[in-house]
Design a protein around this ligand. Structure first.
Ligand SMILES: Cc1cc2nc3c(=O)[nH]c(=O)nc-3n(C[C@H](O)[C@H](O)[C@H](O)COP(=O)(O)OP(=O)(O)OC[C@H]3O[C@@H](n4cnc5c(N)ncnc54)[C@H](O)[C@@H]3O)c2cc1C
Length: 583
C-alpha cells in the first residue's frame, strides 16, 4: 500500500565541498565506458569580490530537468543562476540512465535549438514488437497513429541522456543569460516572506546566495524535500533489473523489442533498444532476490547475452549496471518560493520512458510562466498553475508506470492469473492486446485541473507545418518563437471586419500576438497571416469551423472559442492568472 512520508529532519551543518561521486540513488554499482565532458569551476562573485546580488531565479541541479529549464529561461532572456554539485553531465561511473525521448520532448528541444544535434546523434524508431515465449504477441508503428503523425519531430529518438544534457549546456553557453556554476553544492536552505537564502559549498569555500524563486531539480534524493518539510506519497517494490549496454557485429533491427516472458531469461522480461554510437540497451529482469554483484559479473552477463543472441553475435560490453526502482510523488510541487521538478518531484519506474520526459515537460511548463511574471506580463498567481498542471501529470505518470510494474512483476494469485489470461488471449485476439502492458510510452499529459486553462484547453499542440504569407514553410515552433514568450492567438478563417478591429485593439494592449490562419482558398484580412492548406494547424489546435485558439509559449492550448468577444478577453486574463488576482 502507498504510504505518506513527512520527513522533518533538519539540514546538516556544512562540512566543506567534497567532489561528487554518488549515483543519485539509482543502484548502479559498476562500469564506465564513456568519458564525460568536464566544465570548469569559476569562483563566483560572492567569493571573488564579496558582491552579494539577489537573483530572480536560482535552479539547483544540472540534470536533464534543470538544464532544460535553464535553457528555456536563457532563450526567453531571463537571468538565472544554475548550481550543480558536479562538474559534468550524466552520472559519474555509470552509463546513461534515460534513452528514449518522446515527440513532445523533441518538440521542446526543437524550440530550444538543440533538436538538430539530438537528431544527428540519436536513433529514430517507431516500431515496437512484444513477445511472450517464442510468439510475437503484438506490434505497433507509432507513425501510423494520429497522436504522432503530424509533427515535424518523430515519435521517438533514442539517445544517451548525457548527450542531451551536454547539448543543453552548449546551448546555454551560446545563449547567455544563465550563470552555470559547477562544483557548487547547496547544503542548506531557508525561506520566508522576504526571500530565500541558499548556502553553497564550492572548492573555493562556501557562500550564501539570495533568491526570489528557487527551483529544485536535484533529482530523486532532493534535500529540499527535507528543508521544505514536503510530504511524499511513495511505494517501493522488489523488482530488480540488470542493464547490459552492448555493441554487436551482427546488428538487430532498429525496433523496440520487449519480451514479457523471455525463454532466454528464465521466462522473465527483457527490453531491447538501440541508442546512439551503435550501442544497444538490453535490460534484463532479474529474480527479486538476485544479488546485484553476481548478476552484473562479466562472465554471468556474457552468458546471458549468449543465451539471447547466440555465441557468435560478436558482443562488446560497453557497460553493465543492476538497478531497482521506486515510485514517489511529492504532494505539493510548490512550497513557497520553491518549485519541485523532475525526479525531485516524482520518481517513476523506467517503463514507458516517463521519468526524464516529464522532467523536461515540468521545466517547459514553468519557464514561460516565470518569464511572464518576472516581466510583469502575468500575475504571480500564474505560478500556482505549475502545481495544478504538473502534479496532475506526475500523478498520471505514477499511475501508468505502476500499472506496468505490476503487470511485469505480478503478485501471486489474481494478478498473475490476469497476466496469463491477457497473454494467452492476445496471442489470438486483437482486442486483448490492450491488456498486455510492457510500458505505455510517455505522452504530452493533458491538463484538466488547471485554473488557467479553459474547458477546451489544456491540450498539447503538435509542431505541425504551415506556409508563411510568402509561401515558405514554417512550423508551430517558429510561430511561438515569433511570439517571443507572449501568448499566440490563432484566428482561423475570416472573422469579419468588426472582429478584426477588436483583435487589433486587443493585440495593442495585451501580451498576445495574433495571426490569421487561412484555409486553402481564404483571402487574407490581416497583415500577419499564415496558410494552413491541409488543416494540420487547425487539427493540432483541436478546433473546428471558424474559431480561435489561444496557444501558450509551451505549445499548449489555453482555450479555444467561436467569437472574438469578451469571452476571448476573459480567456487571456485567465491564462495569465489575472482573473485570480482580481478575485
Ligand atoms: C535505468 C533507467 C532508465 C531510464 N530510462 C529513461 C528513458 O528512457 N527516458 C526518460 O525520459 N527517462 C528515463 N529514466 C529516468 C531519467 O533518467 C530520470 O527521470 C532523469 O534523470 C531525472 O532528471 P533530473 O534532472 O530530474 O534529475 P537528475 O538527473 O538526478 O539530476 C539531478 C542533478 O542535481 C545535482 N544535485 C543533486 N544534489 C545537489 C545539491 N545539493 N546541490 C547541487 N546540485 C545537486 C546532481 O549532480 C544532478 O546533476 C531512466 C532511469 C533509469 C534509472
Amino acid at each position: 500500500m502507498p504510504q505518506t512520508i513527512s520527513p522533518a529532519r533538519e539540514p546538516q551543518a556544512s562540512a566543506g565541498y567534497a567532489a561528487a561521486t554518488f549515483t543519485n540513488g539509482y543502484e548502479f554499482t559498476q562500469g564506465s565506458g564513456y568519458t564525460l565532458p568536464e566544465y570548469p569551476f569559476t569562483e563566483p562573485p560572492e567569493l571573488a569580490t564579496g558582491q552579494h546580488a539577489r537573483h530572480p531565479v536560482v535552479i539547483v541541479g544540472g540534470g536533464i530537468t534543470g538544464l532544460t529549464l535553464a535553457c528555456a529561461l536563457a532563450q526567453l532572456g531571463v537571468a538565472a543562476v544554475l548550481l550543480d554539485e558536479d562538474n559534468t553531465v550524466g552520472v559519474k561511473g555509470a552509463s546513461s540512465r534515460g534513452i528514449c525521448y518522446t515527440q513532445k520532448s523533441l518538440e521542446i528541444f526543437h524550440r530550444l535549438g538543440v533538436y538538430e544535434r539530438i537528431a544527428a546523434k540519436g536513433i529514430q524508431w517507431s516500431v515496437g514488437r512484444t513477445f511472450a515465449g517464442e510468439d510475437e504477441v503484438y506490434s505497433f508503428d507509432l507513425r501510423q497513429q494520429s497522436a504522432y503523425n503530424l509533427s515535424s519531430q518523430p515519435p521517438f529518438i533514442n539517445i544517451q541522456q548525457f548527450y542531451i544534457e551536454g547539448f543543453l549546456v552548449e546551448r546555454i553557453y551560446e545563449l547567455g543569460h544563465v550563470d552555470l556554476r559547477w562544483q557548487s553544492r547547496v547544503s542548506a536552505f531557508e525561506q520566508d516572506a522576504g526571500g530565500a537564502v541558499l548556502t553553497v559549498e564550492t572548492p573555493a569555500g562556501s557562500y550564501r546566495l539570495e533568491a526570489d524563486h528557487v527551483v529544485d531539480a536535484t533529482g530523486s534524493h532532493s534535500p529540499f524535500r527535507r528543508w521544505c518539510k514536503a510530504s511524499v506519497t511513495a511505494k517501493k517494490g522488489d523488482d530488480r533489473w540488470c542493464i547490459a549496454d552492448v555493441r554487436f557485429t551482427k546488428r538487430p533491427p532498429t525496433e523496440r523489442h520487449t519480451w514479457i516472458e523471455a525463454p532466454f531469461n528464465d521466462n522473465r522480461a527483457v527490453w531491447q533498444h538501440l541508442m546512439g554510437d551503435e550501442v544497444w540497451r538490453i535490460d534484463y529482469q532479474m529474480a527479486p532476490d538476485a544479488d546485484p554483484a553476481y548478476v552484473s559479473r562479466e562472465d554471468v552477463v556474457r552468458e546471458r547475452l549468449a543465451r539471447q543472441f547466440g555465441p557468435d553475435a560478436g558482443v562488446e560490453i560497453v557497460w553493465v549496471g543492476p538497478y531497482a526502482y521506486r515510485s514517489e510523488c511529492i504532494d505539493q510541487m510548490r512550497h513557497g518560493r520553491v518549485f519541485f521538478m523532475g525526479d525531485s518531484a516524482k520518481v517513476v519506474s523506467p517503463f514507458g520512458a516517463r521519468g526524464g520526459n516529464t522532467g523536461i515537460a515540468d521545466a517547459d511548463n514553468l519557464a514561460w510562466k516565470l518569464a511572464a511574471v518576472l516581466r510583469g506580463q502575468a500575475a504571480p498567481a500564474l505560478l500556482d498553475s505549475y502545481h495544478q498542471e504538473r502534479h496532475e501529470a506526475a500523478q498520471q505518470n505514477v499511475l501508468v508506470t505502476n500499472r506496468t510494474a505490476r503487470f511485469l512483476r505480478p503478485a501471486d494469485g489474481v494478478e498473475r492469473l490476469f497476466r496469463q489470461a491477457a497473454i494467452g488471449l492476445a496471442k489470438q485476439h486483437p482486442f486483448a492486446r490492450q491488456f498486455v502492458n510492457t510500458g505505455r510510452m510517455a505522452v504530452a499529459n493533458p491538463y484538466t485541473r488547471s485554473r488557467t486553462c479553459g474547458s477546451t484547453g489544456g491540450l498539447s499542440v503538435q509542431n505541425v507545418s504551415f506556409e508563411w504569407a510568402d509561401g515558405s514553410p514554417g512550423v508551430v515552433n517558429d510561430l511561438l518563437q515569433w511570439a517571443g514568450g507572449h501568448l499566440l492567438l490563432l484566428v482561423f478563417g475570416d472573422p469579419g471586419a468588426t472582429a478584426m478591429r477588436r483583435l487589433r485593439a486587443l493585440a495593442g494592449g495585451a501580451p498576445v500576438r495574433c495571426v490569421q490562419v487561412l484555409g486553402a482558398d481564404d483571402r487574407a484580412a490581416a497583415r500577419e497571416h499564415v496558410r494552413d492548406r491541409h488543416g494540420h494547424l487547425r487539427g493540432a489546435c483541436h478546433v473546428f469551423r471558424h474559431a480561435w485558439a489561444l496557444v501558450r509559449p509551451d505549445s499548449y492550448v489555453a482555450a479555444t472559442g467561436e467569437d472574438i468577444d469578451a469571452s476571448l478577453v476573459r480567456a487571456i486574463e485567465k491564462s495569465l492568472g489575472a482573473d485570480q488576482e482580481a478575485a
